[in-house]
Write a protein that binds this ligand. Structure first.
Ligand SMILES: NC(=O)c1ccc[n+]([C@@H]2O[C@H](COP(=O)([O-])OP(=O)(O)OC[C@H]3O[C@@H](n4cnc5c(N)ncnc54)[C@H](O)[C@@H]3O)[C@@H](O)[C@H]2O)c1
Length: 487
């Protein structure tokens, strides 16, 4: 390992240890470890509402690849003030500070110098929320300190890397009565919002099964050595063999299934393929003596995890950031009336809603006429919609686009960020805060969705034996209301 990388790696371990947490590679197999260390020291924050904010005053920690995008978006959203920005990397920090100034807003205060400079920013009394976009090992410590400082925490995915960290988030949010939202932007994608709307309208019937994934070839990040994502993310492939990044696909499927609001994750089992692709890539792309060729990559290239929910449904979650292949989050949901599948979007239903059924009916009439004109030879066309995929998604969008997308989608697409989902999420967070409404994602979602990473690793190292998924809501999931369809 080159000395800077070794230093960074050791630093990241030290950070984790300093925060009193176990690094992601450790196993937490026993049930005791997966249960809350302490009973709630406050009350549930399910559906937490707080007094309306006139203006949302924001501080940022981490403005690298991701955080700088959040800063830019907030320069185009009404009702916010960017008060301060913190980053250990002064080049990244100044880029974001200057961007804000270039848009004619007051110059945000700068915090830098040490890895704990963010603490000075947290001491300020004129900030309401902190947006955290740092490497994974920092997420929970920074969220906890943010809430302790009287501010609301908004953190990038995943919110936590161990079960202990998940409980730290829940315990702190309940004690301080602060929001801790993991910013799962994919829940604000046009397709995902449409499917949520369709599920709520009962199009699929009772739900049975979902599939989620983060399949995204990211080997190229291994070439980011001194800064940027690959400079720290690469090492997770040497520490943990499991699903390193479960939440992008899983968040939306969890919302379809009312996870933590009527159902919850019960247990999982996980298995990994061999870990070969990164070693092969390093051999091909780096000199033999390069640090990337000295690392031992242990995260299986493809990890497959199966979650069972309390209502008996199943969810498959896959992770592969190594294999050269097209991107997918699966985005698959199956009920007793049929399925929606993503990447590419396809629908197959038995009972088609009336507005759309007429199109199926006329296609069918056309086929029957053609069949008769051809002498009624061969098999007679049948009106069995569910035997083929309908890939003409535009007509489904015309009927079922989510109201929030109808209201804000054009602006979201104009502003961009993964097709508009980033902008819509950031806009929605501020909307909720300014209108005194509960956020769409809470600390229980952050904990449950993030917990899949360490528990999948536990299962992989234990011959795929099942691992219980803690009830982070402490039973409240049974009475909590499902997420509504809001405009
Ligand atoms: N939701 C999404 O679509 C999406 C996309 C990309 C990244 N992410 C997530 O965003 C997070 C950041 O990823 P990235 O790609 O921007 O990484 P990055 O390395 O580009 O940025 C991280 C930034 O944090 C700074 N930093 C590190 N430690 C710090 C500390 N102690 N105090 C202050 N600043 C510190 C770094 O200097 C860097 O500028 C990760 O959790 C990643 O998983 C999410």
């Amino acid at each position: 390992m080159a000395s800077t990388d070794r230093r960074n790696f050791l630093k990241s371990i030290a950070v984790t240890a300093a925060a009193g947490v176990v690094s992601g590679c450790s196993s937490s197999n026993n049930a005791e470890k997966n249960s809350p260390a302490i009973p709630s020291q406050g009350k549930s924050v399910m559906g937490l509402t707080i007094p309306k904010m006139d203006v949302v005053r924001i501080g940022f920690i981490g403005v690298g690849e991701r955080g700088s995008g959040h800063v830019k978006h907030y320069c185009h959203i009404d009702g916010v003030e960017i008060k301060a920005i913190c980053d250990t990397n002064e080049i990244a920090l100044d880029k974001s500070v200057e961007y804000v100034v270039s848009k004619n807003f007051p110059r945000p205060a700068r915090y830098t110098g040490t890895e704990h400079s963010y603490r000075e920013m947290l001491n300020r009394q004129d900030i309401d929320i902190i947006i955290i976009s740092t490497p994974w090992a920092w997420h929970t410590p920074m969220c906890v300190e943010t809430m302790e400082s009287g501010k609301h925490a908004f953190v990038e995915v995943p919110a936590a890397t161990t079960i202990e960290e998940c409980w730290q988030l829940v315990n702190t949010a309940e004690r301080t009565q602060k929001n801790c939202m993991m910013m799962e932007n994919v829940c604000y994608g046009r397709d995902e919002l449409m499917v949520l709307n369709m599920v709520r309208q009962g199009l699929f019937g009772d739900l049975l099964h979902g599939e989620a994934a983060y399949i995204h070839e990211l080997r190229w990040q291994m070439k980011e050595i001194d800064s940027k994502t690959g400079s720290w993310r690469t090492y997770w492939h040497t520490k943990t063999n499991g699903n390193l990044y479960p939440t992008h696909g899983l968040g939306p499927v969890s919302q379809y299934m009312n996870i933590n609001r009527g159902d919850r994750f019960d247990y999982l089992t996980s298995t990994s393929s061999p870990a070969i692709g990164r070693q092969a890539y390093a051999k091909r792309e780096f000199a033999a003596e390069h640090e990337r060729n000295q690392l031992k990559y242990i995260a299986g290239d493809m990890n497959t995890t199966l979650i069972k929910t309390k209502l008996g449904r199943s969810i498959m979650v896959q992770h592969d950031t190594t294999t050269p292949r097209p991107y997918s989050r699966h985005n698959y949901i199956q009920g007793i009336n049929g399925v929606f599948a993503g990447f590419p979007n396809r629908i197959a239903l038995e009972n088609i809603p009336p507005a759309i059924a007429t199109q199926y009916e006329s296609e069918y009439q056309l086929k029957i006429t053609e069949w008769r004109a051809a002498g009624s030879k061969g098999r007679q066309p049948k009106l069995q919609n569910f035997h083929r995929w309908d890939e003409d998604i535009a007509k489904w969008q015309a009927q079922f686009d989510h109201p929030m997308w109808l209201n804000m989608g054009q602006e979201a697409e104009r502003n961009g960020g993964h097709g508009g989902m980033d902008f819509l999420m950031l806009w929605r967070m501020v909307y909720c805060l300014r209108n005194g409404e509960a956020l769409d994602q809470d600390v229980y979602d952050a904990a449950a969705w993030s917990a899949i990473a360490p528990l999948s690793a536990d299962s992989v190292t234990d011959r795929s034996n099942s691992k219980d998924i803690p009830d982070f809501t402490r039973g409240v999931w049974q009475s909590a209301k499902p997420l509504g369809i809001i405009a």
